[in-house]
Write a protein that binds this ligand. Structure first.
Ligand code: PMP
Length: 425
């Protein structure tokens, strides 16, 4: 028996599904999850000592590649000084200053330990600030697993969302409106009808949780204009896109100033760190200054701050995001060429260090379109690539991640592997 399988069976005895986050269980693609023994640069090694070129990168954080020596050193140095204090440190101010410098929309921020906490807290803050209850989200966008955000679309315009998870009372989601990504008309109609009750609109400004889906320029403009007109806050959930699609994030690419921004993944450099921040007048509503409660025993953890700060410094090296973006674009173009030559319907896209490939003729623009791609083909391709030693996201609805350790030569190797894999489909 493979050691991966042995661990999977053993894990299932004590951990539901053998994993601590569902997508790791290979539910959509089937087969045995790879248990990671160690990782370095663009690679990880599984429990059977097989090497994989990793395009998941911990679902986004590993923008410098795994175990970057300077990040590891910063964490080691921090650890010697104590693991957690529950009292403020200078490092927390430093990383906050660094983020505020890189993101002009963020005048103040608070550190938390996961993206879920960041979005949940930002929503509470938006409601507290506006005194309104309704929130708007878009189908296919994931914002973590807090109750009011675990919502699937109702049917038709202005139907309130239904819980998409057991254990979430319908009462918790009755204030959540679920609209279609990139549907400007529906957004405008919604604001016309209930705009004065909407506390905030939250979105993935470039979606990475329904494969990679970009917003249209009109959609982006409409979001900012309508929220402003109606006194609702615009929340850019940049947990995935933050510092990955560009140094000034998706909001920089869009030329948009959101009211609040949530960050995670890259900002913690692989350690549990996330943040939410934005307008100072809004942030002033948070306890201890205001009446919106938010707290955390491990918030601003010194090891996480050290990893995050070092990562943020390293990604500011000149040309970092240009190189990263060129590598992703090369991969996307190479995959599309390989599919065309193999006679397989596949389209691809990329932005900064994110890429998407879709087993359909065109790049999707909404959740409905994303779910229309050929899942059977995706599964077969995923496993063929796994055999080639290439680890892609084990789900057709997740974006892929390129790190700076994915050299041009490794991208070429990946495209060559994809040619072989596609030929076998
Ligand atoms: N928002 C977005 C856009 C995300 O991609 C994720 C995680 N994939 C989250 C929020 C939740 O972050 P976490 O898993 O750290 O709770």
């Amino acid at each position: 028996m493979s050691r991966n399988l042995e661990l999977f069976e053993r894990g299932k005895q004590v951990i539901p599904g053998g994993v601590n986050s569902p997508v790791r269980a290979f539910g959509q693609v089937g087969g045995t999850p790879r248990f990671v023994k160690r990782a370095e640069g663009a690679y990880f090694w599984d429990a059977d000592d097989k090497q994989y070129l990793d395009y998941v990168g911990s679902w986004g954080p590993a923008i410098l590649g795994h175990a970057h020596p300077e990040v590891v050193k910063a964490v080691q140095d921090a650890a010697v000084g104590g693991l957690s204090f529950g009292a403020p440190t200078e490092g927390e101010i430093e990383i906050a200053e660094e983020i505020c410098k890189l993101l002009p929309s963020v005048e103040q921020l608070r550190l938390v330990s996961s993206g879920t906490e960041a979005t949940m807290s930002a929503i509470r803050l938006a409601r507290g600030f506006t005194g309104r209850d309704l929130i708007v989200k878009f189908e296919g966008c994931y914002h973590g697993h807090s109750d009011s955000l675990l919502v699937k679309a109702g049917s038709g315009l202005l139907t309130f969302g239904n819980p998409s998870s057991g254990g979430v009372p319908a009462d918790c989601t009755k204030h959540t409106l679920v609209l279609q990504y990139n549907d400007v008309q529906q957004l405008a109609d919604t604001f016309k009808e209930v705009g004065d009750q909407i506390a905030c609109v939250i979105l993935e400004p470039i979606a990475g949780n329904m494969n990679l889906i970009k917003p249209s320029a009109e959609f982006v403009q409409a979001l900012r204009a309508l929220t402003e007109q109606h006194g609702a806050l615009l929340i850019y959930d940049e947990v995935m896109t933050g510092f990955r699609v560009a140094l000034n994030c998706a909001q920089g690419l869009h030329g948009i100033t959101p009211d609040l921004t949530t960050l995670g993944k890259v900002v913690g450099g692989g350690m549990p760190l996330a943040a939410f921040g934005g307008r100072a007048d809004v942030m002033a509503k948070i306890a201890p200054l205001g009446n919106v409660y938010q707290a955390g025993t491990l918030s601003g953890n010194p090891l996480a701050v050290a990893a995050g700060l070092t990562t943020l410094k390293l990604i500011q090296q000149p040309g970092f995001h240009d190189t990263l973006g060129a590598r992703s674009a090369k991969l996307a173009a190479g995959l599309a060429d390989a599919a065309r030559d193999a006679g397989v319907a596949m389209s691809t896209d990329s932005v900064g260090g994110m890429f998407g490939f879709y087993f359909s003729d065109t790049v999707p623009t909404s959740y409905a379109e994303a779910t229309r791609c050929d899942i059977a083909r995706f599964k077969a391709f995923f496993h063929a690539m796994l055999d080639e030693g290439i680890y892609l996201a084990p789900s057709a609805y997740e974006a892929g991640f390129v790190s700076i350790a994915h050299s041009d030569a490794l991208i070429d190797d990946t495209i060559a592997a994809a040619r072989r894999a596609l030929a076998r489909l």
